[in-house]
Design a protein around this ligand. Structure first.
Ligand code: DGI
Ligand code: FE
Ligand code: FE
Length: 405
């Protein structure tokens, strides 16, 4: 196996890291990438709002999920006491992967000072070096001299230099400054940005109430398991289409639909115990069915979080609260969220195409169809049907009956 080893402070991890890692991964045909955030720098006074080593580790983990290649984040330097030497880390990795080829990834500055690191000879005998420059000039002019020097001084060295096309040209120092000024979010993986906003790192405000959409979106994504991201973004785009179709040009409705969609499953990753703890915290009362059906709980706890943490207004909170079951007398926004969740583009189940078509021809017809499909599914599975689901269905049936008279 060929393994890439990419260490750094990752303070914060950004798109520059991702692009560089991916380029090396492809060019060297790596099988796996290890990201290794460094530990606390000894005797270094960190500015206020600096993340702890554990927070840098968590952000690196969030970034790792976005690389699109086999990536693992290692905490071996984070937890090591005192100074961390790359040579020690490589020795450890060599023990763990005795038959594999290690390649150390590094940017320009690191590459140009490699001979000054602790035990360069050992580093170069344990791993090949993959150095990436930001520009062609970096790589060709600067790197050629250093490459020749290292090859002369350390005959065992394997050195590979490359220009990373389209590498995000930003230093972490600049990026931290931009974040402090409320910018720079586009240079980060969405969930890394969300994590920074959520924890108020680098001097950004950690008040989560009434965030503008560009901030709400990344923060909302940090509440999800990464596998659920496409579903939630799909629900957002579907909700916008439904609001455009049925909202009569009401642009506020579109904004509300986006916010409700982004937050609708924000507690979905929590287990039963955590759901119950939130219910206790927010005074949510549960009927006997809700006591044991976790699927029914996340809508209620999600509504509580939307209200208390994000300061969302009642209409958005209700759309979240009723997104799983529906209810009698649903508002337009509630219908949109219920159905967007059901038919968004990543949903695949028999009948979804019919349901999609119906939703754009006749909203209430689509809603009734969705509710009836859920009831049928519950019956088939032998799951008890929630009262609100039945009430929603009966309300729509009654309404259609009245319309026909
Ligand atoms: O959270 P999502 O998976 O995106 O979707 P959702 O919130 O609509 O949840 C769907 C699940 O909820 C699905 O497995 C069926 C279940 N569900 C919906 N209505 C009822 C229900 N489960 C029971 N027991 N009773 C219901 O009335
Ligand atoms: Fe849900
Ligand atoms: Fe959902």
């Amino acid at each position: 196996m060929r393994i890439g080893v990419y260490g750094g402070t990752f303070n914060p991890p950004h798109l520059g890291h991702i692009t560089a890692a991916r380029a090396v991964f492809d060019l060297l045909k790596l099988d796996k990438l290890l990201l290794i955030p460094t530990g606390r720098p000894p005797h270094k006074q960190l500015p206020e709002g600096s993340p702890t080593p554990e927070q840098r580790l968590e952000m690196t983990q969030l970034m790792a999920e976005e690389t699109g290649v086999e990536t693992e984040v290692l905490d071996l330097e984070i937890h090591r006491e005192g100074r961390s030497y790359t040579s020690d880390t490589l020795a450890r990795l060599h023990e763990q992967y005795p038959n594999d080829e290690l390649w150390l990834l590094m940017g320009t500055d690191m590459f140009l000072t490699l001979q000054d690191w602790h035990a360069p000879e050992e580093i170069l005998s344990l791993a090949g070096v993959a150095a990436f420059g930001r520009t062609e000039a970096d790589t060709e002019e600067l790197f050629a001299v250093q490459r020749d020097y290292l090859s002369g001084a350390y005959p065992q060295a394997r050195i590979f230099t490359l220009t990373v096309p389209g590498v995000v040209d930003v230093s972490s120092t600049e990026l931290r400054e931009r974040l402090r000024l409320g910018q720079g979010g586009t240079l980060l993986a969405p969930r890394v940005y969300g994590y920074i906003l959520r924890h108020g790192l680098y001097g950004v405000s950690s008040d989560m109430k009434h965030l503008p959409l560009e901030r709400l979106r990344p923060v909302a994504l940090t509440y999800l398991h990464h596998r659920r991201m496409p579903h939630v973004l799909g629900t957002e785009s579907e909700a916008v289409r439904l609001a455009e179709r049925w909202g009569g040009g009401d642009s506020k409705l579109i904004q509300k639909a986006r916010r409700a969609a982004l937050l609708h499953d924000c507690t979905k990753r929590l287990d039963m115990e955590e759901q119950k703890a939130l219910c206790a915290e927010y005074g949510i009362e549960l009927d006997p069915l809700e006591q044991r059906e976790i699927k029914l709980l996340h809508a209620k706890t999600g509504a509580a979080i939307a209200e208390s943490i994000f300061g969302e207004p009642p209409e958005i909170v209700d759309a979240i609260r009723w997104h799983t079951t529906g209810r009698a007398d649903m508002t337009l926004l509630e219908k949109i969220i219920y159905l967007a969740d059901y038919i968004e583009p990543t949903r695949h189940f028999p009948g979804v195409e019919d349901l999609r078509r119906r939703c754009y021809e006749d909203l209430d017809g689509g809603l009734l169809m969705g509710l009836e499909m859920t009831v049928d599914e519950m019956v088939e599975r032998g799951s008890p049907i929630h009262r609100a689901t039945l009430e929603a269905r009966d309300w729509l049936k009654g309404q259609r009956h009245r319309d026909e008279e």
